[in-house]
Ligand binder design. Structure first.
Ligand code: FAD
Ligand code: DHB
Length: 395
């Protein structure tokens, strides 16, 4: 089999890139190790930046997002039992939109299938030859080969694509944090009409939503936590303690329908391409989830690569392709800085009282200073993408 672009992984990065290429008339084959049902059900991100929403509409797959997405102007922040509302919309314009990642993934898969374009589920990629563009994968117990001009490694943090770059050429920057997020999806009423972060001495809690009667909430827990030690009552009690206030309604409890643990990590593979291979999304970088940037970064990487590929296939000019990492990295580092700042301010970082004083000094500055809130809001609602996704629009 031969194609112009082999796309490894049908997460947001791979599927958005596939759609952008389709609209520019470039062939691609998507290889995904899991089943369609699995990727359409995986509960993960939920907050889309304004530039991400704009691109979804440009890609012609935004009908369900327009009908079901919930636009938010900002978020609430609670500490010292007091709630503060950060209205980023009034400061910088634009909105954040709550729309579950798995719905976006399902919308993109439906569009690909209805265009009759190849997307192979249960196709586990085992090797990528970066010099020739040959991808080897296993499907139904057989080994297959796909030859491509370009390979897009969109296979997440634990995928194989990054490891195809020789170690000597890799420039990885990495930090892990000594805590994880215990996330739940529950049939309960959201505590407010927008998301809320609570900085409590026991640690962070996050109170988000997926609909008027469905909540998505997170608790900071120590690394190495076992979900078995967190029965429903313990989760609800801790969410209630951390979000207790003198100015808000008490937390509603309900049936927990999904739960998971996610470790926190800041990671950037600054070598984002090698020969015919390009890395996108979580394959190239991980942000801690505080601030909800991961999915959005995957989409902005796809826009940069799509533009560069469009230009290369149409004109033979390699300049944008050669500049791929240099174009993506400033926005990636801006999101890393934002996620690190939110993470280190909202979590209990250590037992050191100096840490606590600094965190609360920063929280107070955010509340007191419109300039601080404007700077936060610019990144929260989404910095502009580094380039448009089609080469037909010159940037
Ligand atoms: P993925 O979504 O991980 O997709 C990679 C795909 O590649 C997968 O489908 C995988 O099965 C496939 N794959 C892997 N290996 C192979 C192989 N060898 N062969 C073939 N296929 C392979 N981000 C936000 O922006 N906002 C949020 O609110 C947010 N909340 C989050 C909450 C949680 C609990 C978690 C875990 C993440 C959250 N994120 C959030 C991050 C976001 O989900 C990721 O950044 C996003 O999924 C990255 O997309 P991706 O396409 O790069 O990778
Ligand atoms: C959600 C995820 C986040 O990482 C975050 O910071 C806020 C909300 C969510 O899943 O809704």
């Amino acid at each position: 089999m031969r194609t112009q672009v082999a796309i490894v992984g049908a997460g947001p990065a791979g599927l958005v890139l596939a759609r952008m290429l389709e609209l520019q008339g470039i062939d691609s084959v998507v290889l995904e190790s899991r089943s369609r049902e699995y990727v359409e059900k995986r509960t993960r991100a939920g907050i889309l930046e304004q530039p991400t929403v704009d691109v979804v509409h440009e890609l012609g797959i935004g009908d369900r997002l327009a009908a079901e997405g919930m636009a938010h102007d900002g978020f609430h922040l609670r500490f010292d039992r007091t709630t503060h509302r950060f209205d980023f919309h009034s400061l910088v314009g634009g909105h954040a939109t709550v729309y579950p990642q798995q719905k976006l993934v399902a919308d993109l898969i439906a569009a690909r299938v209805s265009s009759g374009l190849p997307i192979l589920f249960g196709a586990f990629v085992k090797g990528i030859d970066t010099a020739t563009g040959r991808v080897t994968y296993e499907r139904d117990g057989h080994v297959h080969e796909l030859d491509a001009d370009i390979v897009a490694g969109c296979d997440g943090f634990h995928g194989v694509a990054r490891t195809a770059i020789p170690t000597a050429l890799r420039r990885d920057r990495s930090r892990s944090y000594p805590f994880s997020w215990l996330g739940i999806l529950a049939n309960s009423t959201p505590v407010s009409d927008e998301g809320m972060y609570c900085a409590h001495e026991n640690g962070l809690s996050v109170h988000s939503m997926r609909g008027p009667a469905v909540t998505r909430q997170y608790l900071q827990v120590p690394e190495g936590t076992d979900l078995a030690d967190w029965p429903d009552d313990r989760i609800w009690d801790e969410l209630a303690v951390r979000s207790e206030s003198h100015d808000g309604a008490p937390l509603d409890r309900g049936e927990i329908v999904d739960r998971s643990l996610a470790p926190l990590r800041s990671f950037v593979s600054e070598t984002m391409s090698h020969e015919r291979l390009f890395l996108l999304g979580d394959a190239a970088h991980i942000v801690p989830p505080t601030g909800a940037k991961g999915l959005n970064l995957a989409v902005s990487d796809a826009a940069v690569l799509s533009h560069a590929l469009g230009r290369w296939f149409a004109t033979g000019a390699r300049d944008a392709l050669d500049a791929y990492a240099a174009t993506c990295l400033p926005r990636i580092w801006a999101a890393q800085l934002f996620s690190w700042t939110l993470t280190t301010t909202l979590h209990r970082m250590s037992d050191d009282p100096l840490d606590a004083r600094l965190r609360f000094a920063r929280l107070r500055r955010w509340v007191e200073s419109e300039a601080e809130r404007t700077a936060l809001g610019e990144v929260y609602l989404g910095l502009p993408f580094p380039s448009r996704w089609s080469h037909r629009w010159n940037h």
